[in-house]
Write a protein that binds this ligand. Structure first.
Ligand SMILES: N[C@@H](CCC(=O)N[C@@H](CS)C(=O)NCC(=O)O)C(=O)O
Length: 214
């Protein structure tokens, strides 16, 4: 029997939110299965074998191939669905600028803050690296450095957002979805970014947009 494509998600997780907003923006529909990664569903079969990285989101294709990493999933869905909205850009220049910002937001914001969260809060004890369960110790300095990295990112982003409606130009892109999640992580890790007025205004604009979309 031919299998159906399935997207494995945990709605509360930042990485899943990025894919959820992408699906809302593009109107692409994929059957979704919720895995509770807090309870360890990802270590149970068949999910354990389907995705050796033991993280959500991941996409199971009809031929059995697994694609993990939220940006890889979104890119694949955009390329294989004929949607008018292109969150990865339409021209070579647009695609390069979107990728540039998306990578900076991930490298300087998403990854340092995600590591920071896992090294700061008691609930991540035994889970300091995503998709693992072990006794690696939590290192508070990693949380401090994560906030410092994001502070520098927000300084740069704040100046940039003075000149443009969205991160990579006048249209919303995958980089905005990454950036939105970075701000959510900054709030969750209790980082003070009150001085970055443009970042706050852009985040509020996105927040209204995603909330209005339901
Ligand atoms: N870079 C990955 C991050 C995936 C990731 O870290 N997922 C987390 C939730 S945000 C997870 O599944 N964690 C499960 C665990 O640590 O056990 C992506 O964007 O897809």
């Amino acid at each position: 029997m031919k299998k159906l494509m399935k997207l494995y998600q945990f709605d509360l997780a930042p990485a899943s939110k990025r894919v959820t907003f992408f699906l809302k923006e593009t109107g692409i529909e994929v059957p979704i299965v919720q895995l509770n990664v807090r309870d360890g569903d990802q270590f149970e079969e068949p999910f354990n074998s389907l995705n050796p990285f033991h993280c959500i989101p991941f996409l199971e294709l009809a031929d059995g191939t697994t694609i993990s990493e939220s940006v890889a999933i979104c890119r694949f869905l955009e390329e294989t669905n004929n949607t008018s909205k292109k969150l990865f850009g339409k021209t070579s220049k647009e695609r390069a600028i979107i990728e540039m910002w998306n990578r900076r937001l991930e490298i300087d914001g998403y990854i340092p803050l995600m590591n920071g969260m896992r090294n700061k809060f008691e609930r991540y004890k035994g889970k300091v690296l995503p998709g693992t369960r072990n006794d690696l110790p939590q290192v508070p300095a990693i949380a401090k450095r994560g906030i410092e990295s994001c502070q520098i990112l927000f300084e740069r982003l704040n100046g940039h957002l003075n000149t443009t409606s969205y991160v990579a130009g006048e249209a919303l892109s995958i980089a905005d979805l990454t950036g939105y999640v970075v701000v959510q992580l900054a709030i969750a890790i209790e980082m003070n970014f009150d001085e970055f007025e443009e970042v706050k205004a852009w985040h509020e604009k996105l927040d209204r947009r995603f909330k209005l979309d339901g």
